[in-house]
Ligand binder design. Structure first.
Ligand SMILES: Nc1ncnc2c1ncn2[C@@H]1O[C@H](COP(=O)(O)OP(=O)(O)O)[C@@H](O)[C@H]1O
Ligand SMILES: Cc1ncc(COP(=O)(O)OP(=O)(O)O)c(N)n1
Length: 268
């Protein structure tokens, strides 16, 4: 069985963060492992409080996994602080995983800051160069580039600017734009649009975490990058289509097995 590791924050409400990542890995037949960077007291309406995890135990969690278990792909989500960004970058530089998907989580749907302003420059200089793919949403890409992103042309320019920060490839997500949620991919050579159809629901908690974890799972399972992204887009679209009302705010997306019984036995 293939393995994937998420380095991210815990969402007590179960819709985003580590919890969404592990559900997505399981749904793809991948064995999921986790390094917790922060604990959030969160539900469908708000992030009430955040406790960062001590950097020593973050280093230990990563080392405990890599010194014992083969990791096919790593996904990075909420990091919270500059110190945690630097700690994670140092560990990745030690263990050099082949695949790193970086979701540069900055603000929750409920409006809570999940990354300190001081951490942004460390994220750009220390983590982006280690990423196989970075998956910002529009507000995150605006912070990373200093550009305002409204038009299709802005999407192209933002991708070029983020690629120049050192990531091998960029997927700029269009969920926050008006109209259909089309995402733009760029790897320094080719651009391609991953087209979506807007699903009108308030239950979209955890969409970014789920998409990046689905891409991570597909890469861990050996698919090429483009196919991994295309299949992950299908997965997140179905997960949003089948999302449900849980709690009083933004309900979670629905995680489902993305392969047949026969395919599942092939994976094990
Ligand atoms: N209402 C929606 N209908 C269909 N797809 C969506 C919708 N909202 C977001 N998406 C898609 O979900 C994925 C996550 O995007 P986005 O919501 O922008 O990320 P984040 O959760 O990081 O803000 C992207 O592929 C985006 O296009
Ligand atoms: C612990 C934690 N990590 C990440 C997020 C943001 O997740 P995302 O998938 O972008 O979903 P929304 O919060 O935007 O719904 C989070 N909320 N908590």
């Amino acid at each position: 069985m293939k393995t994937a590791l998420t380095i991210a924050g815990s969402d007590s409400g179960g819709g985003a963060g580590i919890q969404a990542d592990l559900k997505t890995f399981s749904a793809h037949g991948v064995f999921g492992m986790s390094v917790i960077t922060a604990v959030t007291a969160q539900n469908t309406m708000e992030v009430r409080s955040v406790q960062a995890i001590d950097t020593g135990i973050i280093t230990d969690q990563i080392a405990a996994i890599f010194e014992d278990i083969h990791v096919d792909a790593v996904k990075i989500g909420m990091l919270g602080s500059k110190e945690i960004v630097e700690t994670v970058a140092a560990s990745l530089n030690t263990f050099l995983p082949a695949i790193v998907i970086l979701d540069p989580v900055m603000i929750s749907k409920s409006g809570h800051h999940l990354l300190d302003e001081k951490a942004v420059s460390a994220l750009k200089t220390e983590l982006l160069p280690l990423a196989t793919l970075v998956t910002p949403n529009v507000p995150e890409a605006e912070v990373l580039t200093g550009l305002s992103i409204r038009t299709k042309q802005d999407f192209y320019e933002a991708c070029i600017s983020i690629k120049e920060l050192g990531a091998k490839a960029v997927l700029l997500k269009g969920g926050h734009s008006a109209g259909n949620p089309n995402d733009l991919f760029y790897d320094g050579t080719d651009f391609f649009w991953i087209k979506g159809e807007r699903i009108h629901t308030k239950n979209t908690h955890g969409t970014g975490c789920t998409l990046s974890s689905a891409i991570t799972s597909n890469l861990a399972n050996g698919l090429p990058l483009r196919q991994s992204i295309e299949q992950a887009k299908t997965y997140i679209s179905e997960a949003i289509r089948n999302s449900f009302s849980l709690g009083k705010g933004h309900g979670p997306v629905h995680h489902f097995y993305s392969f047949s019984k026969e395919e599942r036995s092939d994976l094990i």
